[in-house]
Write a protein that binds this ligand. Structure first.
Ligand code: GDP
Ligand code: MN
Length: 387
């Protein structure tokens, strides 16, 4: 789950990380309430779950109340399209209005999990304010990774190493120490998967301040992070992914292609996407139905795939272990009879109860293509998607 910038900054400020003074508004009339507290210039920032808002026109420094109102009016209720959101963009339902800070230098700091080390890792770069992916590509030596022993936490020598990498003046090192420690505490306490400060700003009067923040929480922690999950903003999330979640399908991720995939097991789902790409197609989604042993969840999954306007063909690829192929077949027949899928469908069934599964398909009289193997299925699905 992602947090908005204003939510992230509130958490960071409670953990000794200095952030610019700001107010969040949800309606244009909210500005009147904070009018007397605004000291211009201010920065007005669209609150959407995306980076690169600046380049997309979602962040602006304004110099008067009227200019602020005009800009706020042009954003609230609209959608912001950035290069990270896709064409549809994300709805702007709130704005963060902050004191503008007098920027001397911009840095990049993030904390995430390094899966290969099973440890938290700080990522730092003196090239702040930029796309970190671009820095990693063009100037990889600008990026320092500092892994943290979770039973100790960040140590002073590591703070000095990061400070030296950022070419930070000595007088800012104490502030860096409290920012990195605070970041680490916030990360652990909230089961974060990523906290990114980009840019971390040094002001002309020698203050380090988190000018922009991204904060993601590990979804597996929802059972013990109730307070955080209560402030989740579902308007920023994909409708089909939300529907999948409400039907108990945790592993549905919408992708860019046009072949809808219904698969059991994350490994088979990955391999299915590879096979589709290998045959010259593009998957429209990742979907792991898991051990779906009731036709209802199969119907729900097919409804989600079928209602995606991007989907031109469907590939059902099941290797039944605990999952039973007859249940999958039953779910497919129901979804088809209820008109939930109109796309041509390729089915490959193997494993548990496969004879029963195939019998259900044959006796249904419904049109579909049966594939013997997995590569054949992928190639038939790619062909169907191009018709
Ligand atoms: P992003 O584009 O979504 O990453 O949004 P940011 O909050 O990082 O804003 C983009 C850029 O706007 C930053 O890299 C800064 O250069 C600039 N910016 C943001 N806040 C301020 C501020 O308070 N003062 C000034 N002068 N520039 C700012
Ligand atoms: Mn930024």
């Amino acid at each position: 789950m992602k947090l908005h910038e204003y939510q992230a900054k509130e958490i960071l400020s409670h953990n000794n990380v200095k952030v610019p003074r700001g107010h969040t508004i949800f309606n244009i009339s909210d500005i009147d309430k904070i009018k007397s507290q605004l000291q211009f210039p201010v920065v007005v920032k669209a609150q959407v779950h995306s980076g690169a808002r600046g380049k997309a026109g979602g962040v602006k420094v304004t110099h008067s109340f009227d200019e602020t109102i005009d800009y706020a009016n042009s954003l609230l209720g609209q959608k912001l399209v950035t290069h990270q959101t896709g064409d549809k963009g994300l709805p702007i339902n709130s704005l963060l209005i902050e004191e503008a800070i007098d920027i001397d230098k911009e840095y990049y700091i993030a904390l995430t999990i390094d899966g290969s080390l099973s440890r938290p890792v700080f990522i730092s770069s003196p090239e702040g304010g930029m796309d970190i992916e671009a820095v990693a590509e063009q100037n990889p030596q600008a990026i320092l990774k500092t892994s943290i022993n979770p039973s100790i936490g960040i140590m002073s020598f590591q703070v000095r190493e990061i400070g030296a990498h950022l070419n930070l003046e000595d007088e800012l090192l104490t502030q860096l120490q409290s920012i990195l420690t605070g970041l680490y505490d916030a990360f652990v306490k909230n089961d974060a998967s990523l906290i990114e400060i980009n840019p971390l700003v040094a002001t002309k009067d020698k203050q380090l301040s988190a000018a922009d923040t991204k904060f993601s929480i590990d979804d597996s922690s929802s059972f013990r992070q109730e307070n955080i999950f209560n402030i989740r903003d579902k308007t920023q999330e994909d409708d089909l992914e939300l529907e999948a979640e409400s039907n108990g399908i945790q592993n549905y991720i919408k992708l860019e292609g046009n072949i809808g995939c219904l698969v059991n097991g994350a490994g088979l789902a990955m391999a299915t996407m590879d096979a589709i790409k290998f045959s010259g197609g593009e998957p429209a989604n990742f979907l792991d139905i898991g051990t779906a042993n009731n036709p209802e969840s199969v119907v729900a999954a097919l409804k989600i795939i079928g209602s995606d306007p991007d989907v031109k063909a469907i590939f059902i690829n099941i290797f039944g272990g605990l999952a039973r192929t007859d249940i999958i077949a039953e779910g497919f027949v129901q979804a088809k009879k209820n008109g939930l899928i109109n796309q041509s469908t390729v089915i490959r069934l193997a494993g548990t109860n496969v004879e029963d599964g195939k019998k259900i398909l044959i006796e249904s009289g419904i049109e579909y293509k049966l594939a013997d193997g997995f590569a054949e299925g992928a190639s038939l699905a790619v062909k169907a998607s191009k018709n």
